[in-house]
Design a protein around this ligand. Structure first.
Ligand code: GRF
Length: 200
């Protein structure tokens, strides 16, 4: 069973979707640890409520390299094999990325490479995009870059607000993150350049 490490900073709805998919046996994995960089993250409280191994490693005031070292040590201590970023609002250092080759996943609420960074749904609305969606990708040391594993699209409606568009995208995030995770856990893929290709 693949041991997952979940990193989050906030609400944690993607973490909950992953935990529910594991419980429903849609993902052959177990959650070894949930790490938040903010004590007040609601996702951390949810993880504790669910009796998962959940810790806060506060990032405030710490240098990126020092902080990432602390997180990496905690992940290694818990024999984590695959890292899932689930609303973790930090860029990872090159050392961190190198320590988990093709084994760190992130979800982003736009169709990358469109609208990377913060407030992706707001960016899509402002730009006037007619479709948007979400992207699950492997993480490299650049922001919202790395080979794309799965994407899902949603329409942008004329009367959408940031909230209504975000809600439509979030529903897809919850579905697609679990699907991408199961694909990675199954090992039935290879990475060819930037392309993640399914194998049998
Ligand atoms: C999601 O929109 C995700 O795509 C982005 O941050 C948000 C996290 O939401 N990376 P949640 O904490 O999983 O509810």
């Amino acid at each position: 069973m693949t041991r997952l490490g979940i990193l989050l900073s906030g609400r944690g709805s993607n973490f909950v979707a992953i935990a529910d998919s594991i419980a429903a046996r849609r993902i052959d994995a177990e959650i070894a640890i949930v790490i938040s960089n903010r004590e007040e993250a609601p996702g951390l409280a949810t993880a504790r409520d669910r009796r998962l191994n959940a810790v806060c490693i506060p990032s405030k005031g710490l240098d990126r390299v020092v902080y990432d070292q602390m997180v990496m040590e905690e992940l290694k201590r818990n024999d984590v094999e695959l890292v899932c970023l689930a609303g973790f609002l930090r860029l990872l250092s090159a050392d961190f990325v190198r320590s988990y080759p093709a084994a760190i996943l992130n979800i982003h609420p736009s169709l990358l490479p469109a609208f990377p960074g913060l407030d992706a749904q707001h960016q899509a609305l402002e730009y006037g995009a007619k479709v948007s969606g979400c992207t699950v990708h492997f993480v490299d040391e650049h922001l919202d870059a790395g080979p794309i594993i799965l994407q899902s699209t949603v329409p942008v409606l004329d009367d959408d607000t940031v909230d209504s568009l975000s809600a439509r995208i979030l529903k897809e995030e919850h579905r697609v993150y679990s699907e991408a995770l199961q694909l990675v856990v199954s090992g039935k893929f290879r990475i060819a350049g930037r392309r993640v290709v399914r194998t049998n």
